[in-house]
Design a protein around this ligand. Structure first.
Ligand code: PLP
Length: 394
């Protein structure tokens, strides 16, 4: 038997974080004590009032399909929330509710990717950008994200990579895996430069937009009217409200693209599950103290992780200004990043992700998620120190 699966499936990639999670779980099953700093999800439960809203929605009979683009009260709440936080005017008709942040990138890359087209994406960056670009047959063009630039993207370098074939530019701040935050002046420069390239669409992944530290303020790309007609905003509830398993995200689309996205929804998931949408509404309109509490706790851990990492032999860690990741430079340990990450898991019982899993420019770094308790983080740092002092580079 020969099944003729289309060749694009030989090009689709993965997120290695899930493979590391599977290996960590397997080691735990064998009785090993593993501290997981690999996975990128808050370790807090979803706040009670959000869970209760979902339960109530089910009890109230919200069991059927909803409109493919999401229930109107939720789209209105998203628009109101964006207005409250960034003073931007968004119509609920531009907002689409989707099952998770990933779905927006899936749709946007499908809309612009085809053989011959080029799509720019951050490297190191979220691995699904490149995977999806390759899936469509488009050429992935990495935009290097550099430590010496505070892991912000450089407007000048980004603009220099645009060619007549460029269809879509993906930006991400605060960023995974680096925790980098791009300053407003750099975003201003990028937007000004984009005036020279009116046919390039922009997808801004702002899933970590409420996770900034040290008084940094988030720069939402919706605040630039000059690119609104070609800007796709990716956001969602996963990180801010500790709702990764609910599968709830939203996008803001320029009018001409909205119908394409809505039709993709009709052709794939139909709509997001109704109870999750009512929960999302409670998240946006209810008390925000759980968000502040989680952020304050992440900040405490961030400081512990950075100072702990900087005390390890051969390791130096820039202070991440956003998200919940540290991206230490491990090149002076003598280890290749992926070999080190896997030795740390197998030998020291600490799960991290090798930088190259986020792109070629990730070599020399590993990613630690500090979405774990402070005592666990301290134990992990101790084990890493003990390991680095004992083991010779493999
Ligand atoms: N974008 C970035 C930068 C992320 O780090 C993640 C998740 O790790 C996502 C999007 C996807 O979020 P979701 O779990 O809501 O699909």
């Amino acid at each position: 038997m020969t099944l003729h699966v289309v060749p694009s499936f030989s090009r689709i990639g993965e997120e290695n974080a899930f493979a590391v999670l599977a290996r960590a779980t397997e080691l735990q099953r064998q009785g090993k004590d593993i501290i997981n700093l690999g996975i990128g999800q808050p370790d807090f439960p979803t706040p009670d009032h959000i869970v209760e809203a979902a339960v109530k929605a089910l009890r109230d009979g919200h069991h059927g399909y909803t409109p493919a683009n999401g229930i109107l009260p939720l789209r209105e709440a998203v628009a109101a929330d964006l207005h409250k936080r960034f003073s931007v005017t968004v119509s609920p008709d531009e907002v689409m509710i989707v099952p998770g942040g990933k779905v927006t990138m899936f749709m946007a890359i499908l809309m612009f990717g085809e053989p011959g087209a080029e799509i720019l994406y951050p490297d190191p960056g979220f691995p699904i950008y490149r995977s999806m670009i390759e899936f469509t047959g488009a050429t992935p063009i990495p935009v290097p994200i550099r430590e010496e630039n505070g892991f912000a993207f450089s407007a000048e370098e980004t603009l220099s990579l645009i060619t007549p074939k460029t269809r879509l530019l993906i930006v991400n701040s605060p960023a995974n895996p680096t925790g980098g935050v791009t300053p407003k002046a750099e975003v201003d420069k990028l937007v000004a430069g984009l005036a020279r390239f009116p046919d390039v669409a922009v997808m801004s992944d702002e899933i970590y937009d409420q996770m900034l530290y040290d008084g940094e303020r988030h720069v939402c790309l919706l605040s630039y009217p000059e690119i609104r007609d070609r800007l796709i905003l990716l956001n969602g509830w996963s990180k801010t409200y500790a709702m990764t398993g609910w599968r709830l995200g939203f996008s803001v689309w320029p009018k001409p693209l909205y119908e394409n996205a809505r039709k993709l929804a009709v052709n794939s998931h139909s709509c997001v599950n109704a109870a999750a949408q009512w929960a999302g509404l409670a998240a946006l309109t209810g008390p925000q103290d759980a968000v502040s509490m989680m952020l304050a706790e992440f900040d405490r851990r961030r400081k512990a992780v950075v100072s702990g990492l900087n005390a390890l032999p051969g390791v130096s860690c820039a202070v991440p200004k956003g998200a919940f990741y540290a991206f230490p430079n491990v090149s002076k340990t003598g280890w290749k990043a992926k070999t080190l990450a896997s030795a740390l898991l197998e030998d020291a019982g600490v799960a991290t992700i090798g930088g190259p899993d986020f792109g070629v420019h990730g070599e020399g770094y590993i990613r630690l998620s500090y979405a774990n308790s402070l005592p666990n983080i301290e134990r992990a740092l101790e084990r890493m120190g003990e390991f680095l002092n004992r083991a010779s580079p493999g």
